[in-house]
Design a protein around this ligand. Structure first.
Ligand code: SF4
Length: 748
């Protein structure tokens, strides 16, 4: 039973979160570093270039890396303070075994003994209940090499189909929509195309806080004369500087896109030649959007008809444009429909695959793009191949030296793995760099489910909140302790360079995985001696696939400041802009620009359905969740970095003055938010930057501060992304603060 072994507060006292601050060498302005290492930020999908300053095998500071073309030295607060997580007091330096008899709940054990116990438990569970009874949950912050290895480890070593990753909570609606419309899942354009756009359309993307460097591109476009349209339920920082703000009711994006297409057709703001030559399916979509009159669109979306007409005119009549979206339209039970609606207005405009004419989804996690291309998704093999496709299986099996029949079939998504644990079908779990007890919706269910596991091993560099349930914890590596490649928001493959060694008994994650394989007696295929060796095999495994990395080498990445995939051969320089006339395309083979056998993009009818849980008399307010600039995802790293916690110490409940007045609440009051799944009491911030029918809570905190106690586990039927962006709640002023409000808060 993977219960928390002792009182949570006792675990926190030992393992944190504690706060790291600049002190000693890091505060000494006269310190001369031993070396400077060019690498990238460990946080979001922008993957800004940065130089780490290293002295005595410790990261002591940073300097901008001015030459790296994406960010040209610019960083957000997280990038500036990232170096403080290295040499952190909470860093796991040993393997640990749960022990309810020691005060902190876990006792250090020898690394080899820990690995032996993991292998013994995997063997026991799989021989008793079958291969699929052991599941793997992986992470999209891992390098491409590690993500590749995790998929190979699950399928070839553990022979389980049950592997998925935390990109399931992030990018999968965009991925599914892009594959349906374009046949390929990658940002269509490099960010440099934003600068030449006449109109930049940003839907559901709080870029100033979640992808800050993108803000700079948008502002440069604005300086060049671009009109900026922002669609969001909140007046986010980018919305404060836009030309047209559409305050959409959460969960209604597809209705807006359909309404825009309706007006484009009505006013003949269409690129007929492009639609005719490069797409299929327009007529059916045109019939569907006939019903999306401006009046109906306004009623459903809560946006004024005038603003809808203005947006349609600017979008429809532009000569160049760039549309981008993020989780705001993707985190829905109909996230794929929202994405398809967005793509329809891009295709109807014909403005894609050309300079200054682009479309992109903004990846969230550091390797959100590369982490979803090479086999750690439940339905996917390396090179974005399909685990159900016999040809794809045969190709990858050959690279791995096994028979295709030995490869398991498709598994289930990350949330479904927890449902399987609850049902007793999955008995054992290995997680790496995944903190589901904070990041999954309806997380009281996740906590109860974890307690049903017979065995749980967590690999991480800090003891995250989920790992407190583990039987064994193995100390993995920080970003700066290993090398490998990562694929950025643009589809640019870049290189992470090692700055320092792993401390204590901590090891690079790929070594830990190989140690488990060896201990299981299944080391065939897991004898790599470096990330470079893994990458060489990955190049071959992705060769000929849609996400083709065959032509990418570490040296070429260094030379070119990254290589955009697809890159099919060593003499190919990569593909910054997809869908250009004559660009490499192994599916269309010269028949067209898009990745289908006929080379044509697909219009898809994008259907509007209300959110899974709409408001009613009992729960009359919409809750939407998201990020703040100072923190990242489940906060395992950023809640340990002092200056970032100082910026934003705890979640605030944002509500509009009209709602606050109705509830008798003022800024600084405590209020309790209740959904059908849970409740939490937070301090209120009254803001004019949100719709009066909606409240916002950032989701980076665990336990009683966790927004995901409230959120709903409804999922998109295609992408299986959870509906983080809308559920129904009620709010009332709290009589008193919650019992614990400090960082040392017991989780339950
Ligand atoms: S968090 Fe993202 S935007 Fe900020 S410095 Fe890191 S990579 Fe750049």
């Amino acid at each position: 039973m993977a219960t928390v072994p002792v009182e949570t507060l006792d675990i926190i006292k030992k393992f944190g979160p504690h706060l790291a601050r600049a002190n000693a060498t890091r505060l000494d302005t006269g310190v001369e570093p031993d070396r400077t290492v060019k690498t990238h930020c460990c946080f979001c999908g922008q993957q800004c270039g940065i130089q780490l300053l290293v002295k005595d095998d410790q990261v002591v500071g940073f300097e901008p890396w001015m030459e790296f073309p994406f960010n040209r030295g610019k960083l957000c607060p997280k990038g500036v303070k990232r170096y403080l997580q290295e040499s952190h007091p909470d860093r796991l330096l040993h393997a640990y075994e749960r022990d309810a008899l020691v005060p902190e709940g876990f006792k250090p054990i020898a690394y080899d003994r820990a690995v032996a116990r993991v292998a013994a438990e995997i063997t026991r569970i799989q021989s008793q209940y079958g291969h699929d009874a052991f599941a793997v949950l992986s992470g999209a912050s891992l390098t491409v090499e590690k993500a590749y290895l995790m998929g190979k480890f699950a399928r070839m070593c553990l022979k389980t189909s049950n592997i998925d990753y935390n990109g399931r909570l992030c990018m999968v609606s965009a991925a599914a929509g892009n594959k349906k419309a374009f046949g390929i899942d990658r940002a269509a354009n490099p960010w440099s195309d934003i600068l030449q756009a006449e109109v930049v359309w940003i839907s559901g993307a709080n870029i100033a806080e979640c992808a800050p460097i993108t803000t700079d591109y948008v502002w440069q476009a604005r300086e060049n004369g671009a009109k900026i349209i922002v669609v969001d339920p909140r007046i986010t920082p980018i919305a404060r500087t836009c030309d047209l703000f559409l305050p959409i009711k959460p969960g209604r994006d597809v209705a807006l896109f359909n309404g825009i297409l309706h007006l484009m057709i009505e006013n003949d703001w269409l690129d007929h030649d492009f639609i005719e030559q490069h797409t299929v399916g327009f007529d059916e979509v045109a019939v569907h959007v006939k019903g999306w009159t401006p009046q109906r669109t306004a009623e459903v979306t809560g946006i004024s008809e005038r603003a809808i007409r203005q947006a349609a005119e600017w979008w429809g009549t532009a000569k160049t444009s760039f549309l981008m979206h993020a989780r705001g339209i993707e985190h829905h039970s109909h996230g794929v429909q929202n994405v398809l609606g967005a793509i329809n207005i891009v295709l109807a405009s014909g403005r894609i695959g050309r300079e200054g004419c682009g479309y992109a989804t903004i990846t969230g996690q550091g390797n959100g793009q590369g982490g979803r291309e090479h086999g750690q998704k439940c339905d996917q093999l390396p090179g974005a191949r399909d685990v159900s496709n016999p040809e794809h299986r045969a190709y990858v099996a050959k690279v791995w030296g096994i028979d295709p029949s030995e490869l398991p079939g498709p598994g289930v998504d990350a949330y479904e793995i927890f449902r399987k644990i609850d049902a007793g079908e999955v008995r054992g779990l290995l997680s790496i760099c995944f903190n589901p007890i904070v990041s999954l919706p309806d997380n009281n269910f996740i906590r109860r489910t974890l307690e049903k596991l017979e065995f749980y091993v967590a690999i991480d560099f800090f003891l995250n909140e989920t790992a407190r349930h583990a039987d064994i914890v193995l100390p993995g590596s920080l970003h700066e302790e290993d090398e490998g490649v990562v694929t950025t928001v643009e589809g640019r493959v870049i290189k992470i360079n090692k700055a320092v060694d792993c401390p204590g008994d901590a090891r690079q994650d790929w070594r830990i995985i190989q140690d488990i394989a060896r201990q299981l007696g299944r080391e065939q295929g897991f004898t790599f001696s470096s990330p470079r060796e893994i990458f060489e095999e990955l190049r071959e495994a992705s060769r000929g696939g849609i996400a083709d990395y065959f032509g990418i080498t570490y040296e070429k990445i260094e030379r070119q400041y990254g290589v955009f995939w697809p890159c099919p051969s060593e003499d190919h320089s990569g593909t910054p802009r997809l869908f250009e006339e004559g660009s490499w395309n192994p599916v269309a083979k010269g028949k067209g620009r898009f990745y289908f056998p006929d080379g044509k993009a697909r219009f898809n009818v994008a259907r509007y359905t209300p959110p899974a849980e709409d408001t009613d008399e009992e729960y009359p307010i919409i809750l939407t969740t998201g990020r703040v600039v100072s923190h990242f995802l489940s906060g395992t790293q950023t809640r340990r970095i002092g200056p970032l916690v100082d910026h934003y110490p705890e979640p605030r409940l944002e509500m509009h003055p009209l709602l606050a007045e109705r509830l008798g609440i003022v800024t600084g009051d405590w209020a309790t938010v209740e959904s059908r799944r849970g409740a939490c009491t937070l301090r209120v911030q009254v803001v004019k930057t949100i719709r009066p029918d909606t409240i916002f809570i950032p989701y980076h905190w665990p336990g009683r501060k966790s927004a995901n106690q409230l959120t709903i586990s409804a999922q998109d039927p295609i992408s299986k992304i959870p509906e983080y962006k809308v559920c129904a709640v009620r709010v009332k002023k709290a009589d008193k603060p919650p019992e614990y409000v400090s960082e040392l808060e017991p989780q339950q």
